[in-house]
Design a protein around this ligand. Structure first.
Ligand code: ADP
Ligand code: ADP
Length: 233
């Protein structure tokens, strides 16, 4: 579904202060799977995730999504292509001055979907994450778990093939974490969405992922399958 080929990314202007966040990473994520990326803080996990939807442009290498090389696309083509990949974050990144519905609607407005279809999509996605009754609330009134559900609904609004998750449970307590992992599993199983999850929480990986890649110092150092019996169902 997503394939990185010898992808590298450095930050900084001068040659002497350039920092190689991701170095020559080659990685394939299979369609329909849940794939974890683990490793210590600063290892390059977030950067790798942002390279997968080209929120960061790689310095070298190729990013292939559903068979298409995204590194050769123009900005406009890339903007359209990115609708096939949703993303969620540790801090939810909701717009505080918009209602729950308004937040889910944002990417649909950018995609130019007509108002009536937008409303239908928003309803469908809020129903999917179990938040139909919160549609007119503002994010500030919600719990952390509810905020992450809104973020998931927003990420699903354009019917993506892939969902990228950057530390999605790291600001949640253990019960709420399990709850959100259940939602992500539901997204994968009922919608067939491929999920890639960056986390430093080993339990999350053990419960959710079929495959795990390990990053250290910008490099992929290991990649292995997890036995299904390790996963809670
Ligand atoms: P992780 O997600 O594993 O904690 P990151 O991908 O966030 O790692 O960061 C990898 C390295 O790249 C770190 O040293 C970090 O400080 C650096 N880095 C990440 N983003 C930027 C940026 N926008 N500008 C400069 N340096 C960055
Ligand atoms: P379409 O491409 O016609 O919009 P799909 O084949 O993608 O529909 O989806 C089939 C069914 O699953 C539809 O009823 C659709 O509403 C629902 N569905 C698809 N993707 C999502 C999603 N991301 N969130 C919630 N429901 C979805």
């Amino acid at each position: 579904m997503i394939s990185l080929q010898e992808v590298s990314k450095s930050y900084g202007q001068q040659r002497n202060d350039r920092l190689a966040a991701v170095q020559e990473v080659t990685l394939s994520v299979e369609e329909g799977t849940i794939h974890g990326i683990i490793g210590p803080s600063g290892a390059g996990k977030s950067t790798l995730l942002r390279l997968m939807n080209m929120l960061e442009a790689p310095d070298a290498g190729r990013v292939i999504v559903a068979g298409q090389d995204w590194t050769v696309l123009s900005e406009g083509e890339l903007r359209r292509a990115r609708r096939s990949i949703g993303m969620i974050f540790q801090q939810f990144n909701l717009l505080q001055n918009r209602t729950v519905s308004g937040n889910v609607s944002v990417s649909l407005e950018l995609a130019g979907l007509p108002r009536k279809e937008r409303a239908e999509r928003v309803r469908e996605c809020l129903r999917f994450v179990g938040l139909s009754d919160k549609a007119e609330e503002y994010p500030a009134t919600l719990s952390g778990g509810q905020k992450q559900r809104v973020a998931i609904a927003r990420a699903l609004a354009n019917h993506p093939k892939v969902l990228l998750c950057d530390e999605p449970t790291s600001s949640l307590d253990p019960n709420t974490t399990n709850d959100i992992l259940g939602v992500l599993r539901h997204v994968n199983e009922t919608l067939g969405v491929t999920i890639i999850i960056v986390t430093h929480e080993m339990d999350v990986v053990a419960q959710l992922c079929q495959r795990v890649s390990v990053m250290e110092d910008g490099r992929l150092t290991d990649s292995f399958a997890l036995q299904p019996q390790n996963r809670a169902s």
